[in-house]
Design a protein around this ligand. Structure first.
Ligand code: AP5
Ligand code: MG
Length: 194
């Protein structure tokens, strides 16, 4: 059972542009959970030109996954921080089955297993609309048409199977990500309350 009064450890799954980051930020504010996004952490590393950032940049610019060992180090460090003990929302991790297994091991070690995985669904034309709009508004370097197409391919081939990892344990829920940000947030809250 999932209850908002208890600590919650949530994995958000969904294609690029499905609203994982947007919804995770709302849930962070509404539920007091830590928002852990590997995409944000990696973009910070690139910005700060750390060793990790220098290694990750070409993968991110191409829309490919950054190698697992690099991302695992990053996520282990983040999950070791004190705010995580009150519960967390993982956004953008795990991204393939090897990462899902590595995450299980890290969370077991710190005694904070995942409670629920939420898969946000959005159709492809909406994804392309949202990311093309963001390309104009924010200029994120991987929001170009060719790279969006590769991110969607990588998602279908490597990330979509991660849902099965949680489904096998009865931990997978689906939320319709179409509609306004507030509508999707309400569906999320209702699902987490239910
Ligand atoms: P990452 O940053 O995780 O990007 P992504 O998965 O491609 O997803 P986005 O951030 O584009 O979409 P989102 O689902 O968060 O939606 P958002 O809320 O932003 O990863 C980037 C790269 O980093 C990867 O390609 C990879 O190279 C690397 N990486 C990251 N994690 C990794 C890992 N674990 N392993 C290996 N490599 C990794 O919304 C999108 C847009 O739509 C926004 O402009 C938003 O304002 C808008 N929007 C949101 N909701 C709505 C709505 N309901 N209606 C209208 N517009 C909306
Ligand atoms: Mg995001």
């Amino acid at each position: 059972m999932v209850s908002t009064s208890n600590i919650m450890r949530i994995v958000l799954l969904g294609p690029p542009g499905s609203g994982k980051g947007t919804q995770a930020a709302l849930l962070r504010d509404q539920l007091g959970l830590a928002h852990v996004s590997t995409g944000v952490l990696l973009r910070e590393a690139v910005e700060q030109q750390t060793e990790l950032g220098k290694k990750a940049k070409s993968f991110m610019d191409a829309g490919d996954l950054v190698p697992d060992d690099l991302v695992l180090g990053l996520i282990e460090e983040r999950l070791g921080q004190p705010d995580v003990a009150r519960g967390f929302i993982l956004d953008g991790y795990p991204r393939n089955l090897a990462q899902a297994e590595a995450l299980d091991a890290v969370l077991e070690r710190i005694g904070q297993p995942v409670d629920i995985a939420v898969s946000v669904t959005v159709n492809e034309s909406e994804i392309v609309d949202r990311l093309s709009r963001r390309a104009i508004e924010e200029g994120r370097s991987d929001d170009t048409e060719a790279v969006i197409r590769n991110r969607l391919r990588v998602y279908a081939e490597q990330t979509a199977p991660v849902a099965g990892h949680y489904a096998k344990r009865g931990q997978l829920r689906e939320v319709d990500g179409m509609g306004s940000v507030d509508e999707v947030n309400k569906r999320m809250r209702d699902m987490l309350d239910g």
